[in-house]
Design a protein around this ligand. Structure first.
Ligand code: G3H
Ligand code: 13P
Ligand code: ZN
Length: 320
């Protein structure tokens, strides 16, 4: 067992308090490999932003949980080397069992999500409460979820949104003791969040209703990529085939970040940025075969995307 505190990580409690009071949100960026980690740290150091490094089950399968843990530790040291000791949280994204959350806590995670959102309400409460009870012994913060996002969340697939029911949030928060709550208000995972012809809009009215019921309680938005159309066009220009990919408009996320939304999850936009940069090198320099020649530009494009998100969408710059 290693405590995240020994690794130089922090939990999310203080960060969320400051974010709510300051009207901004903390970026939660997923990582699976070294270039993503470097881009995140470089962008957050340059903008002086706190950050949540997220590890999904898919990332654990892809990269190995031990490697990811040491990479996060490396990220903490790298930030210091760059001259800025930004607050860094290591968070389990979409934990689906008590055992997984426990294992991550023992591995040095400072925050976990237990996602019981696809279970019946009482089971979700029971599972979340059990994780909170264990995590709080080690001062690890816990994110729960109420409501189901459309699309695919790991192995769970939902055809349409089940919006969070504002009338349930107070009961859920008090029965479970969670530190933050992910809600479903029209965001979804991946690059196809709306159908062509549909108005890309999140339900800020539900968010405000939830805020009224649990004032000042930290709210989390998953599925918050915006699917930048210039990046999609670049991918398609260099031989890709992304059709009708639509995301959440950034001005709506900026609006949400001013409220009790204090953590915004962005993964797909980073995947798109890396893909665009890699495709460009492959097409323009077919003679290249050194991975650094295409992963380097991918890392740079990713860093620029993160800087843009921090400065213009989340508002977490200069908040360390
Ligand atoms: O919530 C989903 C995240 O984007 C992680 O996706 O499970 O493919 O790693 P993943
Ligand atoms: P996107 O697919 O919209 O980037 O959402 C990521 C996410 O919610 C990770 O948990
Ligand atoms: Zn998610």
């Amino acid at each position: 067992m290693v405590s995240y505190k020994e690794l130089g990580l922090v939990n999310s409690r203080e960060l969320f308090k400051k974010a709510i009071n300051g009207g901004y949100a903390i970026p939660a960026f997923n990582f699976n490999n070294m270039e993503q980690m470097q881009a995140i740290i470089q962008a957050c150091v340059e903008t002086k932003s706190p950050v949540i490094l997220q590890v999904s089950s898919g990332a654990r399968k892809y990269a190995n949980q031990t490697i990811l843990r040491y990479m996060a530790q490396g990220g903490v040291e790298y930030a210091k080397e760059l001259g800025c000791n930004i607050p860094i949280v290591l968070h389990l994204d979409h934990g689906d069992s008590f055992e997984l959350c426990k294992s991550c806590i023992e591995y040095g995670f400072s925050s976990v999500m237990i996602d019981g959102s696809s279970k019946p309400y009482d089971e979700n409460v029971e599972l979340t409460r059990k994780v909170v009870e264990y995590a709080h012994k080690y001062d690890v913060t816990v994110e729960g979820e109420l409501g189901v996002l459309a699309g695919v969340e790991d192995d769970v697939k939902a055809e349409s949104h089940t919006y969070t029911r504002p009338e349930e949030v107070e009961d859920f928060v008090s029965k479970t003791g969670v530190d933050s709550l992910a809600i479903s208000i029209g965001t979804s995972h991946g690059a196809y969040k709306f159908k062509p012809g549909q108005k890309p809009e999140i339900r800020l009215d539900i968010l405000h209703e939830i805020e009224k019921r649990i004032p000042g309680f930290p709210i989390v938005l998953h599925g918050s990529s915006s699917v930048p159309q210039d990046i999609v066009a670049e991918i398609n220009h260099y031989g890709g085939h992304l059709k009708d990919s639509i995301g959440i408009p950034e001005d709506q996320l900026r609006e949400a970040a001013k409220s009790a939304v204090c953590k915004i999850n962005i993964d797909s936009d980073g995947r798109l940025a890396m893909t665009a940069a890699i495709r460009k090198v492959m097409v323009e320099h077919p003679e290249e075969f050194d991975p650094r020649k295409y992963l380097g530009p991918a890392r740079d494009k990713l860093k620029q995307l993160y800087i843009h998100k921090i400065n213009n969408v989340l508002g977490s710059n200069d908040k360390m």
